[in-house]
Design a protein around this ligand. Sequence first.
Ligand code: PLP
Length: 222
Amino acid sequence: MITGNVRKLLEEIPEGIEVLAAAKTRTVAEISEAVAAGIKIIGENYVQEALRVHEQVVERARWHFIGHLQTNKVKKVVGIFDMIQTVDSLRLAREIDKRSYAIGKVMPVLIEINSGREPQKAGILSEDAVSVIKEIALLPNLAIKGLMTMGPLAGNPEDARPYFVETRLLFEKLKEMELPEVEMIILSMGMTNSYRVAIEEGSTMVRIGTMIFGPRSCDVRT
Ligand SMILES: *Cc1c(COP(=O)(O)O)cnc(C)c1O
């Protein structure tokens, strides 16, 4: 089932747009099957779970952290991940910088935008993004590669469109500003129910869980 899902998805996605498999709660076997079928990027939300499966998945893939990251878990995350998509504060960025420096790494990151302006959600508000990004850009062991957004959970994919538009406009504005040490290459937005709309609105990376692996039976946190 996973192999077929991945093939169908990769056929549909236009060239130049990357597909990340959002693998929270999935087994090593499921993740391995997705990679064997052509997935190149695995996304994980929970640190303990990620450490466990990362060790056991032998297929070659890039690993992106896509969950909410607490500063006390950063040390573990910088060791195994190729990108952190959820940098949502200067404080977190400073910790990533410090821990990356300690292991001689420059960590690629995306800045998470709270496009839905939801108080309970992580992410930086659009209007604060430029000033926070200027500060983060000064940190030598962290490399800004673009933006990521979730947008409010919506039943109807069309409801997500305004949030994707807002984030893309910010992405384009930042690109035009050409801030030192700030690259705007990756715009990570769109999930199973919204990826088509996200691609129409300029996404360069979609994060797909359910459509690849099937419904999650439960969100067990380990
Ligand atoms: C789970 C998750 C996804 C994928 O969600 P689906 O609806 O299962 O495709 C994408 N992004 C993040 C940050 C997630 O946690």
